[in-house]
Design a protein around this ligand. Sequence first.
Ligand SMILES: [Zn+2]
Length: 233
Amino acid sequence: MTEQPIREALDAAGRVPSEADLDTLSRQLNRPARDVVEIGARCVCGNPLVATTAPRLSSGIPFPTTYYLTHPVITAAVSRLEAAGLMNEMNDRLGEDCELAEAYVAAHEAYLANRDAIGQRSGTGAVPEIAGVSAGGMPTRVKCLHVLVGHSLAAGEGVNPLGDEAVDAIAEWWTKDKCYCIGAWDTESEAPSRDRSRHVKTQEMQDPAAKRAERAAKRAAREAEERSAQDDA
Ligand SMILES: [Zn+2]
């Protein structure tokens, strides 16, 4: 594997998550933001666009997906691209276009290099369980455009060709040079608590609808995982 330079959109100071950032993340996600060690990319107004998770969670579980898109305007726009079939088209091109395929392998390697650096900075260190495993289908396929866009925004332009394409393709709904934060998430009510042990039980008891929604979301996640495991088989 060729050595890829570390490229990051934000400098060291910009990556540090403030309390306000963590609050904003949990509002954007509408759930507590956990194990976020850095901010991967920011809106021109300063709000987080991408949450960076260390390669090992505080629970000890290895975690390959470093960059998570959190801005609701961007995640919705990327979902539209997925629904429109852009991933299939990209996968076809990866099979035909050697230059693109090579650049995509380099993006995979760059992702791993960034993740190693984040592991070192956050004190996780090396995580051998996921060595060589990146995310989003890299290095040979596109399985999740959100992952690629998260990578593109966190690494900056010119690192992930397909992530960059997807960023360009959402220009109708979101562009780097403008703030789309106003009204994009709830800023009025209390932020979803980051302390599960203390609050979640009471919240669930008070709100059976939320509990049902959480169960449905867990079920959907499980099914999605099973589906992708089947894809791999
Ligand atoms: Zn903004």
